[in-house]
Design a protein around this ligand. Structure first.
Ligand code: NDP
Length: 513
């Protein structure tokens, strides 16, 4: 028996775990979770979604009573589905000896149902099978739409009418792209909202599940040293960079319809910008964060063509190796004007950021794979060290880099004195390299997002007004580019990108990394 530390009187042992559960927790323990992967025969399902679900299962993040249903038109038995997904399941986070056992347990919970995407009858069949497995318990159902967007509305209609949960929640994860412009995106939302409430729609962009997003919030709001500097008073410019060393090989058909502005700037970098630049939210709750994001997105000034550079990669050869041009892809038109590279300088029209250029740079087939935010600070006023030697290093300003790829890191460039006699300065990095500090591998972006969706955590999913605001920034620009048939500047595969980006950076006094 335990005793009270002050009175020494015996203290009753707390009740057993079961009875200390809240009503909500005990309900969750008894409820079932049915995850339905629509488009289960596709690449995304096989390569990303099932492996992420397995990782969640392996780490005990899925509830006790869960089941996963693959749904697509292809005919497959349960075992064929299991065989096709088992190739991609790995125990990469933690190579415990029971990996095979865990895989077997997981695969036994995976089933397949073949059906058409617009057939209410087929969804009714799915509902019947789900109900058998749910065995009368409170059921929650999570649909993942891993299918082309043209099928979204049909599936949502059928799922809502014939196979949604009557006793628990129904949520639908919708994969990007969410439209091609402001109008089509609004139309998609309007169609989905005929069958789902906004709370039931989880718009996913897997980049938002990367560690960087959570880290940006932690960096800004849990450290005293950064937030006071987070404004036009101290920050000279911000660069948001997403470069890929691969071209669009194999994705040409999809890519040619969207281009880099829709695929990366509008979908991904704009959310990074919003998180970076938003005001302090009331709390870390999804709605509070998303409210602040929307405000800052709506404060972005219209983009002018003069502040944009578009490029497209061309073929080149190096030694024995030769690299294809974007238009060499047989699924891409020879005259395609689709940009595979874009740089755009955006300005936020509010008191905090007035006049600070935010430069987004994204491209395919570039020299390196890189995803990072670079924050360049202003010059030190009246800098004592500039007066004497005037070398470049003496003039270097501080720079904060938040990097996702390669090698996740946060580092701050500072000036320090070179040891020894004299006053010479050097520029060094205060470096937090994640793989050194945290050697174990982190979760994949899909794992985080799927877990959040099962928990109803919406922070990293895109709300309809956020989506509207993001499209509103880019739609007029894309219309101008398309209407005027602006020729993208050609750059060689594997190069730094179009030369024009250096002029754009120089115009805004941005030092390119
Ligand atoms: P797939 O093209 O492999 O499509 C998935 C499944 O949908 C197919 O197996 C097929 O299943 C069905 N399908 C495909 N085309 C049609 C069609 N025209 N009519 C009816 N059914 C069709 O796509 P992915 O799996 O690669 O991706 C799914 C969605 O997710 C896409 O919309 C894509 O844009 C998006 N996405 C994909 C990413 C990826 O990494 N692959 C990343 C981000 C987004 P069946 O014939 O058996 O019915």
């Amino acid at each position: 028996t335990r005793t009270h530390p002050l009175t020494n009187n015996p203290v009753k042992t707390p009740p057993e775990k079961e009875s200390s559960l809240t009503f909500k927790e005990s309900q969750e323990e008894e409820s079932t979770l049915g995850i339905v992967v629509i488009g289960a025969s596709g690449d995304l399902a096989r390569n990303k979604i099932f492996p992420a679900l397995f990782a969640l299962f392996y780490e005990d993040h899925l509830p006790e009573n869960f089941m996963i249903f693959g749904y697509a038109r292809s005919t497959m038995t349960h075992d064929e589905l299991r065989k096709s997904i088992s190739k991609n399941l790995t125990c990469r986070i933690d190579k415990r000896e029971n990996c095979n056992e865990k895989m077997d347990q997981f695969l036994k919970r995976c089933f397949y149902h073949s059906g058409q995407y617009s057939s209410e009858e087929h969804f009714l069949e799915l509902d019947k099978i789900l109900k058998e497995k749910e065995a009368g318990r409170c059921s929650n159902r999570l649909y993942y739409l891993a299918i082309p967007p043209s099928l979204f509305v049909d599936v949502v209609r059928c799922a809502r009418r014939r196979a949604s949960s009557l006793s628990g929640w129904t949520r639908v994860i919708v994969e990007k792209p969410f439209g091609r412009d402001l109008e089509s995106s609004r139309e998609l939302t309007r169609s989905l909202r005929q069958y789902l409430s906004e709370d039931e729609i989880f718009r996913i962009d897997h980049h938002l599940g990367e560690e960087l997003f959570e880290n940006l919030l932690a960096l800004r709001f849990s450290n005293l040293v950064f937030e006071p500097l987070w404004s036009r008073d101290y920050i000279r410019n911000v660069q948001l960079i997403f470069s890929d060393d691969l071209g669009t090989e194999g994705q040409g058909r999809y890519f040619d319809n969207y281009g880099i502005i829709r695929d990366i700037l509008q979908n991904h970098l704009i959310h990074l910008l919003a998180l970076f630049a938003m005001e302090t939210p009331v709390s870390l709750d999804a709605e509070d964060i998303r409210n602040e994001k929307v405000k800052v997105l709506r404060s972005i000034k219209p983009l002018s063509l003069q502040d944009v550079v578009v490029g497209q990669y061309k073929g080149c050869s190096e030694g024995n190796a030769s690299y294809p041009a974007y238009t060499d892809d047989p699924t891409v038109s020879k005259n395609s004007l689709t940009p595979t590279f874009a740089a755009a300088t955006l300005f936020i029209n509010n008191a905090r950021w007035d006049g600070v250029p935010f430069m987004m740079i994204a491209g395919k087939a570039l020299q390196s794979k890189r995803a990072e935010i670079r924050v360049q600070f202003r010059h030190v006023p009246g800098n004592l060290y500039n007066r004497n030697s005037g070398t470049d290093l003496d003039k270097a300003t501080n720079e904060l880099v938040i990097r996702v790829q390669p090698d996740e890191a946060i580092y701050l460039k500072i000036n320090n004195k070179v040891p020894g006699l004299g006053k010479r300065l050097d520029c060094s990095d205060l470096n937090l390299l994640f793989k050194t500090r945290y050697p174990s591998e982190g979760p994949d972006a899909y794992e985080r997002l799927l877990l959040d969706a099962t928990k109803g955590e919406r922070r990293l999913f895109i709300r309809s007004d956020e989506l509207d605001a993001a499209w509103a920034v880019f739609t007029p620009l894309m219309k101008k580019l398309e209407l005027r048939k602006v020729q993208p500047e050609l750059y060689p595969y594997g190069s730094e990108g179009p030369v024009g980006v250096h002029y754009l950076a120089a115009k805004h006094n941005i030092r390119c990394a």
